[in-house]
Design a protein around this ligand. Structure first.
Ligand code: ADP
Ligand code: MG
Length: 622
């Protein structure tokens, strides 16, 4: 799932990205040229089908690559496109004999292929919206099975709707397209649309939701809506590909769009690499060459005196072997695993002309205060959080400590709407957050990090932060600048172009905070940001958090087990144990509280906590 993607601003990386797509198109055009020049009419026919397959597979990858859900349902859109365009363009005389029972409102249009296209696309779009409203609710295997269901249903309908399709008999009389340039241009058009979509706001949203649905929701992204957009665009493009396919075949039946076609196209997509547009193109070219070579062998062939026997089904078997080999040797596909190394990101940082102030303007001290009042939540009898109330005011880092299982993370999840509270309320500046959909809570400028890293692993560091800024409502230019500002604030500029899952642990932890800050929050909830960091990294993080609090005057809730870290940063600490708040106050007050010593620190650790206090006193003294 890799491909470095950077946008409008970082011109160099964007160019590198487009170069890859252009290279893939170059492969396509080159293959078309060789086929027509060397193999004449047979080659031209293969080239025609290859171009249609490029359009179809790229359309398929618009959904599969960006959502991570393999679809078997795109054959349905292709059938729809082929039959719809066939009916609209068929000569009236032929139509009377081929489709005698066709309803009057549909018959006798005799449009040109291009004239029918807008109507065909509209039909595809409506059908995609209709089916997508259901399919976009599903994820993973259940979504894939639903798409298979769609294929089977549409296939059955095509067979039984005889007055429109001639049932399982051949549907004939469709005007033929033989113009290779036209089909090639259509394929290139589909590639460009797919490429633009992938980098667009909605493309980024759906890829973020693919990698981590919860984290995407916490940024204010609606995963279902993002999947619906992907499905609708993908289905509409597949309808276009289907119409072209129908016109190239001239005669077809429902079986032409069934499992055989779908299987071949899924293989093409996976062989090339479904996460990139270029991958889909290269996959089609590679598999087409393979298919046509093997097809010649299928009927038996004589090689240097040895006659190989006729092997039925060799083409299908070779597709199966191709997919196995690719999954085994190159799981990302032939065109996968590409990324720009460290350094490229640093160079691009210098090119940014900030369109938003590099230092965000601090807020007035009095505004934006998060108030939790009587929040409770239990899970099947386990009281995770019981009647917890406290404030997180702007301009202060509030500590939240307590032993494992105390309910700290659950508290954060109650604020951000990940879990619904059983009782109690959370409000920010007088607006109730409880009961709001979690996508809407971001509008009240609450951002969070997660205890276990929840980055979008298939996106670059830059995209991780960019997607947060876009979801927070920034326009593209400003979002670029905000993303780079936050990367810089966390010293991540140099690795902006690397995939999040390839970053070192400490960098990933910082990236998650940078992502939260790109949402321009008033309240930032950090769930164990220093966990797993070494002491130097922890100190560095503390410095950065202090600077952020000063520069931006935001309210921070900091959960951590490292008391030295918490004591250094927090002037106010809340202690939880077994779901309840047991103490609250300055670090000194909390440390002196017998209940805290009893329940949390324990006798053996009092000495170490006292140590920590001296560090904190120094900080306060400075
Ligand atoms: P902390 O972050 O302080 O370590 P948590 O908030 O993660 O504690 O957990 C508090 C309690 O709630 C634990 O007993 C935990 O097992 C329980 N808990 C948290 N989330 C869930 C959940 N989704 N389902 C069931 N139990 C949960
Ligand atoms: Mg926790």
């Amino acid at each position: 799932m890799s491909e470095v993607a950077l946008y409008a601003h970082p011109a160099r990386l964007r160019a590198a990205n487009w170069l890859r797509t252009l290279a893939a198109l170059g492969v396509l055009i080159g293959t078309v040229a060789v086929l027509t020049l060397v193999f004449g009419r047979t080659g031209e026919r293969i080239a025609l089908l290859m171009c249609v397959n490029v359009a179809a597979v790229v359309a398929l990858a618009v959904f599969c690559g960006n959502t991570g859900i393999v679809s078997f349902g795109h054959g349905a859109f292709m059938a729809l496109g082929a039959y719809a365009s066939g009916i609209l363009t068929m000569p009236a005389g032929l139509q009377r004999s081929a489709l005698p029972e066709l309803p009057g409102w549909l018959s006798g249009y005799e449009l040109s292929v291009l004239g029918a296209l807008p109507l065909v696309l509209l039909v595809g779009l409506c059908f995609a919206l209709l089916t997508g409203s259901a399919i976009s609710r599903l994820q993973g295997a259940s979504a894939a099975i639903a798409t298979l269901g769609l294929l089977i249903i549409v296939h059955s309908i095509a067979i039984s709707a005889r007055e429109f399709t001639r049932g399982s008999q051949t549907f004939y009389g469709v005007p033929r397209i033989t113009d290779l340039t036209f089909v090639l241009l259509a394929a290139i058009g589909v590639v460009i649309v797919a490429r633009l979509y992938r980098e667009s706001r909605w493309g980024l949203f759906v890829r973020a939701a693919r990698d981590d649905e919860d984290a995407a929701s916490a940024l204010g992204i609606y995963p279902r809506r993002a999947r619906l957009v992907a499905w609708t665009l993908s289905g509409t493009l597949a309808t276009l590909a289907g119409a072209l396919y129908g016109h190239i075949l001239g005669a077809f039946s429902p079986a032409s769009f069934y499992l055989g076609l779908v299987f071949a196209q899924v293989v093409m997509m996976i062989v090339g690499g479904m996460s990139s547009v270029g991958g889909a193109v290269v996959g089609v070219v590679a598999v087409t060459i393979l298919q046509n070579t093997v097809r010649n062998l299928e009927g038996g062939i004589t090689v240097v005196g040895v006659t190989l026997p006729e092997v039925f089904g060799l083409t299908t078997v070779s597709l199966g072997i191709a997919i196995l080999l690719v999954i085994w040797l190159r799981p990302q596909g032939l065109v996968g695993g590409f990324e720009l190394g460290p350094g490229a990101g640093a160079r691009l940082l210098d090119r940014i002309k900030p369109t938003v102030p590099v230092t965000p303007t601090p807020r007035p001290v009095t505004t934006e205060i998060l108030k939790a009042r009587g929040l409770s939540r239990s899970f099947a009898g386990v009281k995770a959080v019981t009647d917890v109330s406290f404030d997180v005011p702007a301009g202060r880092i509030t500590g939240l400590i307590g032993p494992n299982g105390a309910g700290k993370s659950t508290f954060v999840n109650l604020i951000t709407g990940q879990y619904a509270a059983d009782t109690g309320t959370a409000e920010i500046d007088g607006v109730h957050l409880t009961g709001l959909l979690r996508h809407r809570i971001i509008e009240h400028r609450v951002a969070r990090s997660f205890q276990n890293l929840r980055l979008f692993s298939g996106l670059t560091a830059f995209e991780n932060v960019l997607v947060a800024a876009l979801a927070a409502g920034y326009g593209r230019k400003n979002a670029n600048a905000v993303a780079l500002r936050e990367l810089k604030a966390f010293d991540l500029g140099g690795i902006a172009a690397m995939r999040a899952d390839n970053l070192p642990y400490g960098a990933r932890k910082r990236l998650e905070i940078a992502r939260a800050l790109a949402q321009d929050p008033a309240i930032l909830l950090l769930d164990e940001p220093a966990a797993g960091m070494n002491p130097a990294e922890t100190d560095d993080l503390a410095d950065r958090l202090i600077r952020i609090r000063q520069d931006r005057n935001i309210g921070i809730l900091l959960i951590d087990h490292d008391l030295r870290f918490v004591n250094r940063l927090c002037s106010h600490i809340v202690v939880m144990n077994r779901g309840q708040k047991i103490a609250e106050g300055t670090p000194e007050e909390v440390r002196a509280n017998p209940e805290v010593i009893e329940a949390y620190i324990g006798r053996g650790r009092v000495a170490r906590a006292a140590d920590a206090s001296s560090t904190q006193d120094q900080v306060l003294a400075n």
